[in-house]
Design a protein around this ligand. Structure first.
Ligand SMILES: [Zn+2]
Length: 476
């Protein structure tokens, strides 16, 4: 016999408010009294399944009609989110119950994640339909862009390997669900939901564009963080800042409705509230010539990495901003880093003067347990001695490498000549190639050269023709 995974004691506590209301409505006094506010009506659970839905709705304050059975072990919440019944039972024992008479009270969501974290999304390459992988990378870049720009210390990255993942990306067919993704909600400890599943049936029935797929993925990643639909009633559950905002990416119809653009004002407010940045001191990264690398993330935040393990978040021509620390490897000092690059999905590559590179996260540059430290293979005739800078193009993850003889190559992180090499580039009048200290690229596809004299130029072309600048970089 199956046991209901909820302690009986707690269960009766859940039912108590309902019983209370059915008694309290009895008229005992004929004296004229001001009309009592109408108590909210709750359905009384009839089956264990109903009971779980009821507990969920009382725990998070979500309308229990939004909770349905998905299968034997899981609930379907509001059409496109899933929650294991076991997690619900856990939540029920961990979080305070909201009594029926207090249903209008703001309910604190257990999903607020306000410490800096990188959530790794794993997927199996080759098992996703064409265009899905790049749509996932785009959606991640959209989230990282809004998070980093708003000072939020949180971002996503993707791994084409399930090993180190917090979240897995799957593909499946849900014949009865007319939603592009089915997403699991966070656990009772506030960790992100464990999976995002692309519904291939939806893709077959609806001829959606690539942009719509990216938008749907952005919405799905919001659910991974525990965000629910913005078109729910303001009082019905915890308002992170975007409830009632019809322009939010968390609107239940997004992106099928008329609104298909990305983040709204409500979304930005929500991000600031849920993921507030730590109060890092605003400091200068110092002289450009003394840095180990510069790179731009989604949203065009510019990260300046110093030799002594500090990183300043600024803009392309401002190296003064919130400063924190970064970690590299224990077996080789950070002072040996020659340049840093960042992929569209927020994977960071740091190249050492010995010709090896590590890959990892923004502030943990060596934190990839799968392929942490690898030998790079520059272009024939080039070496680390002739290498001057690198970046990754955000929309296709091609890696670019520039050399002191005035050429650049296009390849991958391990093999720098994979696509082409020997292409030439120029520097603005008054600059020498040897003046270049670091190179990066932005969301718009522009390439940036930072020079040792604290200036920067940018160009839409790989060969750096018709550049804007050089302009001074603010360093104090
Ligand atoms: Zn949704």
């Amino acid at each position: 016999m199956r046991k209901i995974p909820v302690p009986m004691k707690v269960l009766s506590a859940a039912l108590l408010p309902v019983i209370f209301y059915s008694c309290g409505s009895k008229v005992t006094d004929l004296e004229p009294t001001p009309p009592a506010p109408k108590p909210p009506v709750y359905e009384i659970p009839k089956t264990p399944q109903d009971t779980l839905a009821f507990i969920y709705s009382r725990t998070l304050g979500l309308d229990s009609t939004a909770v349905k059975a998905m299968d034997e072990n899981n609930l379907l919440v509001d059409g496109d989110m899933t929650l294991p019944k076991s997690t619900l039972a856990q939540m029920f024992s961990t979080f305070p119950l909201v009594e029926a008479k207090d249903s209008s009270k703001t309910i604190k969501s257990p999903y607020v994640v306000n410490n800096y974290r990188v959530f790794k999304i794993g997927y199996h390459p080759g098992q996703t339909a064409p265009g899905v992988e790049s749509a996932l990378y785009s959606a991640i870049a959209h989230w990282n862009g809004i998070l980093i720009l708003n000072g939020a210390e949180f971002n996503f990255m993707a791994y084409s390997d399930p090993g180190p993942s917090d979240i897995m990306f799957y593909t499946s067919s849900y014949l009865l669900l007319d939603v592009p993704f089915v997403v699991s909600l966070p656990t009772s400890t506030g960790q992100p939901g464990a999976s995002i599943t692309l519904n291939t049936t939806y893709l077959q029935v609806h001829n959606i564009t690539k942009d719509q797929l990216v938008s749907a993925m952005v919405h799905a990643l919001g659910h991974i963080l525990g965000l629910q639909h913005s078109d729910r009633k303001m009082t019905s559950y915890y308002d992170a800042g975007n409830i009632g905002d019809l322009e939010s990416v968390m609107h239940a119809n997004f992106p099928q409705g008329p609104h298909t653009k990305m983040f709204s004002k409500g979304d930005t407010a929500m991000v600031k509230r849920l993921f507030p940045a730590p109060k890092w001191p605003v400091q200068s990264a110092g002289q450009i010539k003394d840095l180990v690398g510069i790179e731009m993330t989604a949203g065009n935040a510019t990260l300046y990495y110093t030799k002594d393990g500090k990183v300043v978040r600024g803009t392309w021509n401002n190296a003064v901003g919130p400063m924190t620390t970064y970690e590299g490897r224990t077996d080789i000092p950070n002072t040996e880093i020659a340049e840093i690059a960042c992929s569209g999905a927020n994977r960071f590559y740091a190249y050492f003067t010995n010709g090896w590179y590590m890959n990892g996260e923004m502030y943990k540059l060596g934190n990839n347990p799968i392929d942490g430290y690898i030998q790079a293979h520059p272009v024939p005739g080039q070496s680390m001695a002739t290498f001057i800078g690198t970046t990754v193009k955000k929309d296709n993850d091609d890696c670019y490498y520039w050399y002191s003889d005035g050429t650049y190559s296009v390849g991958r992180s391990g093999y720098w000549a994979q696509y082409s090499y020997g292409n030439t580039f120029t520097v603005p009048t008054g600059k020498k190639i040897s003046d270049i200290k670091a190179i990066a690229s932005d969301d718009e596809g522009r390439f940036y050269f930072w020079y040792k004299d604290n200036t920067v130029s940018r160009s839409a072309s790989l060969n750096h023709s018709n550049p804007e600048g050089p302009v001074a970089v603010k360093i104090n």
